[in-house]
Design a protein around this ligand. Structure first.
Ligand SMILES: Cc1cc2nc3c(=O)[nH]c(=O)nc-3n(C[C@H](O)[C@H](O)[C@H](O)COP(=O)(O)OP(=O)(O)OC[C@H]3O[C@@H](n4cnc5c(N)ncnc54)[C@H](O)[C@@H]3O)c2cc1C
Length: 428
């Protein structure tokens, strides 16, 4: 199954607010201040900051805006970083770990301020439940709550099994941690809104225009599909799991892992609220998570499952449906109308990888499954660095990363590692 097929069937494309029209090929300038490769949250956010600061910016994407994970994800707006804060504390010390966490909290404010400023209609809904998939996971959720509290997050509550059952119509869970300051969003509409904002600030976006080579120097030269070229002072690489081998040396830092989402037919308000009463986001506590939420038009959107092997299930809907029915058996008669997949970019230690290669090539990627708002924030940090303030960029770029093994060992090594965590989910 090709990436184009994985993207073409999303609920998001079917319910996108408005058409986006990128720049025409004939408008391609010979030189700009900055080029951005990738029109997802990292790239669009960086481009928006740079354009708003008066820099000339050209964004390129192999596909349409939001063609990567940013237009296809589960829409869960999460707090912090997927592996928690221990890795930051160990590597950076307490003060800089706090700076990183503050950056992740600022990501929420950045999103809401952009939604307000540019009038982006994207169904933002607050309220988030981390549901315990096993009784033993309650203690892990309490530890997670303690860590969030230590970092100053308010609006947290531990819910008993009965309290959770009043909110979520499932017998699968044993209690939950509720966060009031996390939630969910129509990710593609947010992404398209950012693309419009980039244009509004004077930036140019070239869709269906792959960058085929980057040659560092003064200026940096980018080769584009179709044999064209553009020169610039700085490049932002925002390709995440879709980077491939474009920038030698960067490709071993992030491993693409496939993940899948389905969406039911419209269920009507009553039936939808019997599943998730207060329309909150729900994520379970397994290492390979299942997550779910209601869409604005009362469908259940259900995501989960990872493929580390690079092989996608033949019939995604049939493959994902039993997972959904394990949580909500009452949906036996509900049709699955959309099924799709995309690639998450994970790093070895699950911490984001931010840095600069050579003099002028800046990158941020590897949000390890939790990048919807982080990508936008780290894109902003890349723009800050390009504009001359490297303070926060430097802290993130101090995080050390092990590369994934290359060649024939690449996928088997990861698959084995993940099998361990899958077994842990089953046995704990
Ligand atoms: C199925 C799924 C569910 C997810 N669910 C969640 C969730 O609920 N919450 C959450 O926080 N995170 C989630 N994530 C992760 C989140 O979506 C990503 O971390 C985030 O969108 C990454 O944004 P990005 O801009 O860095 O990368 P992407 O959005 O992937 O964008 C990269 C872009 O680079 C382009 N590109 C690559 N190479 C080239 C080239 N040579 N030339 C031009 N363009 C190029 C690609 O076409 C692509 O559009 C999920 C991811 C997936 C796949």
């Amino acid at each position: 199954m090709s990436e184009a097929v994985l993207d073409s069937t999303t609920y998001y494309r079917a319910t996108a607010n408005r058409e986006f029209k990128g720049a025409a090929a004939a408008q391609l300038p010979g030189r700009v201040d900055a080029c951005v490769i990738g029109a997802g949250f990292t790239g669009l956010s960086a481009a928006l900051e740079l354009a708003a600061a008066g820099r000339s910016v050209a964004v390129f994407d192999t596909g349409p805006v939001g063609w990567g994970a940013s237009g296809r994800n589960g829409g869960q707006v999460c707090t912090g970083f997927s592996p928690g804060m221990a890795g930051f504390e160990k590597q950076l010390g307490a003060a800089d770990a706090r700076l990183c966490f503050d950056v992740s909290e600022e990501a929420k404010r950045l999103m809401t301020s952009r939604i307000g400023k540019y009038g982006i209609d994207c169904d933002l809904t607050w309220g988030f439940l981390h549901a315990a998939a096993r009784p033993s996971h309650i203690a892990h959720l309490q530890e997670h709550a303690d860590e969030l509290e230590r970092y100053g997050v308010s609006g947290l509550a531990m819910l008993s099994r009965e309290e959770l059952a009043a909110k979520v119509g499932s017998k699968a869970y044993h209690g939950a941690l509720r966060e009031s300051d996390a939630g969910h969003i129509h990710t593609l509409n947010y992404c398209l809104g950012l693309a419009h904002a980039v244009q509004q600030e004077g930036g140019m976006i070239f869709e269906n225009t792959a960058v085929t080579a980057v040659q560092d120097g003064t200026p940096v030269r980018l080769s584009l599909a179709g044999g064209r070229e553009i020169a610039c002072d700085q490049v932002i690489v925002a390709c995440n799991a879709y980077l491939g081998t474009l920038i030698p040396g960067l490709n071993h830092r992030v491993m693409p892992v496939a993940s899948y989402v389905i969406t039911t037919e419209g269920l009507g308000d009553d039936r939808a609220r019997n599943l998730i009463r207060d329309r909150e986001a729900v994520t379970d506590s397994n290492f390979v998570v299942d997550y779910m939420r209601l869409t604005a038009d009362n469908r259940l959107l259900f995501g989960g499952r990872c493929s580390y092997s690079g092989i996608h299930p033949k019939d995604l809907a049939a493959n994902m449906r039993p997972r959904m029915l394990r949580i909500f058996p009452q949906l036996e008669d509900a049709a699955v109308e959309f099924a799709w997949g995309g690639h998450i970019g994970i790093t070895y230690n699950r911490l984001p990888d931010v840095g600069r290669q050579g003099r002028s090539i800046y990158y941020a990627h590897g949000y390890s499954g939790q990048g919807l708002i982080l990508a936008g924030m780290l894109g902003k940090l890349l723009a800050e660095a390009v504009l001359g303030d490297q303070t926060r960029f430097d802290v993130f770029s101090r995080i050390r990363h092990l590369p994934f093994p290359g060649g024939v060992l690449r996928r088997p090594a990861l698959t084995l590692g993940m099998l361990y965590y899958r077994l842990r989910d089953i046995l704990s």
